[in-house]
Design a protein around this ligand. Structure first.
Ligand SMILES: [Zn+2]
Length: 203
């Protein structure tokens, strides 16, 4: 049986991938929660278990190929593809422009049934760009799957007719620093993702 949303949340928490406190996000906004997906993805066995739940829920899509955006989507596409017995291909950022493309001699044939996977859906940008890259290549997107949907349902709406599987939906509120309640309370803030690996635990 696949994992429940609560079990997925527990994997993120116990891995240190779901932090609660007071954080500055890359956008400059503040949030009491932070997701660092690579704290989970660095564990192949945990990634395997999460992907097994994705696989259980996407089998009906009959995907022939799995595609994911760099960087976390590479890991997930590889593992989902391994479990489905399909290929896994990666959509990389276009140099100097918006959007993504398939390089490295990844051919997609017209009509090929492609499942798009990614780790965390925020605005949905990476997933949408990967969908566009699949369509640019002439193939068709049969579904999308993510570990976490933190878009509050907005991302699924933007995908329109493409079915979305999300293992865990979490609301992560963000604030303009000027109206951040934790700043108002004088709570110390940290900027995650900026400490070199190895230094984090020593502090
Ligand atoms: Zn703040």
């Amino acid at each position: 049986m696949g994992m429940t949303p609560k079990e997925v949340e527990d994997v993120f928490r116990s891995s240190g991938a779901f932090l609660e406190g007071h954080f500055v996000l890359a956008s400059g906004r503040h949030s009491p929660k932070y997701l660092e997906k690579f704290q989970v993805l660095q564990w192949p066995a945990k990634t395997e278990a999460l992907c097994a739940t994705i696989v259980e829920r996407v089998r009906a899509f009959e995907a022939e190929t799995v595609a994911g955006p760099t960087t976390g989507g590479v890991v997930l596409a590889h593992e989902v593809g391994r479990q489905l017995g399909t290929r896994a291909v990666y959509a990389e950022r276009k140099e100097g422009g918006p959007g993504r493309e398939f390089r490295r001699g990844f051919p997609l044939r017209p009509g090929e049934r492609v499942l798009v996977v990614d780790d965390i859906m925020s605005t949905g940008g990476s997933v949408e760009e990967t969908i566009a890259a699949v369509r640019d290549a002439g193939a068709s997107v049969v579904g999308a799957a993510v570990l976490v949907d933190r878009s509050g349902g907005a991302a699924a709406k933007r995908l329109g007719a493409i079915p979305l599987v999300a293992l865990w939906e979490v609301e992560i509120e963000t604030y303009d620093p000027a109206s951040c309640p934790q700043c108002a309370a004088g709570q110390p803030i940290r900027k995650p993702g900026t400490t070199p690996a190895g230094k984090e635990r020593a502090r």
